[in-house]
Design a protein around this ligand. Sequence first.
Ligand code: SF4
Ligand code: MG
Length: 448
Amino acid sequence: CGVIGIYSNKEVSKKLFYGLNSLQHRGQESAGLCVFDGEKMRLEKSMGLVYDIFSEEVLNRLPGTIGIGHVRYSTAGGSFEYNTQPLIGFTKGKEICLAHNGNLINHQILKTRLEEDGMMFQTTIDSEVILFLISRYYKDDIIEAIKKTMGIIQGAYSIVMMFEDKLIAFRDPNGFRPLVLGVGEDGECIIASENAPLEIIGVSEKRDVEPGEIIVIDKNGIKSKFYESKDKRHHCIFEYVYFARDDATLDDINSYNFRRRCGEILSREAPVEADLIISVPDSGTPGAIGYAQETGIPFAEGLVKNRYMGRTFIKPTNEEREISVKMKLNPLGTVLKGKRIVVVDDSIVRGTTSANLIKRMKEAGAKEVHMRIVSPPVEYPCYYGIDTPSRKNLIAANYSIEEIRKKIGADSLAFISMDGMIEASLKEKDIFCKACFNGDYPVDPILI
Ligand code: SF4
Ligand code: MG
């Protein structure tokens, strides 16, 4: 998912719309905005894309100078209207509204307990547990209520929230999902999942919201508190592999550079004689460019992409995914014919994309197809907000690399090594969550 919040002294609905639009890649199932005008919060949310939901008319129904927004792709809880965000509620007669990116690992247990206490939930998402706990713990100090809640919820959460005249943001102590804060010259503050909205709306300063940090913005300025100052950061490395935009610089790592360096390193780890390097656009492109620059083999466009479709992965069923791949990417026969091709993609999850593409590239005349993947094999599910639900769907959890090669019909197949990927980040390996690759979960998901 993607979240955004803006605190301003001018109307914010249009800016929220622009910002949320540039987070669209983080979720395409539903979108919502909630704006506070000093007296009342108004919420508009629906299934669908930001651009389709928020016409001028809808934005005009959202007057006010503080607001938050959300784009959703489902991990916990199905893809339904009742699970759209932001979520709004009341505590001590005051409105409270929040938007969440991430996934709690103990939401089932918490929900069951709360239901036994007589609570009735209106959604099936974990985020409602957070809203409920904050409301329950609020006496007269919202920070205390958030800290208490952070002591109970476990897993991944990057949250923006509105309460009274405040814009609040907080991030789990592992910092699984990104969250950045920007301040404009006129003091306008923007908090978002990635930096693209900040750059589009315009800020003069920006920084990451730190793991475990709680930020409160109101007329007195920006205040920062920590739930826990112990540094146990575990940033999701998959954000840099795939999820975040190329222009995202999150926790001091730029995803484009990371992806390009992964391609360079992989070209040294798994070289192959070939005529052309192509990418599976768009997520494989920086890796392919890195692979091509390092080897001197020319980069070419060998797949035509339908730009009017969403990210294929972020569609709930398998069958839909298969058709999506076909509609989305079509081999370019004139480029591929008679050539030995290296195809670079960012990841293999189910194997749907590569199997389908290789078959059609060969039909289009490619002589050889060598698949190169700029992340290690995904062998374990993610419990922290990326949708890789069970091991039975993960091709690398069930087959060896040689078996996968045969299944997808490649002439050769290689994945970057874990060490190679870490090297590409230019950081220490300990600061990342890499659990979907190595099963080493920073927060024990045993509770699920
Ligand atoms: Fe990211 Fe993988 Fe960790 Fe999930 S398991 S947070 S996708 S690195
Ligand atoms: Mg892709």
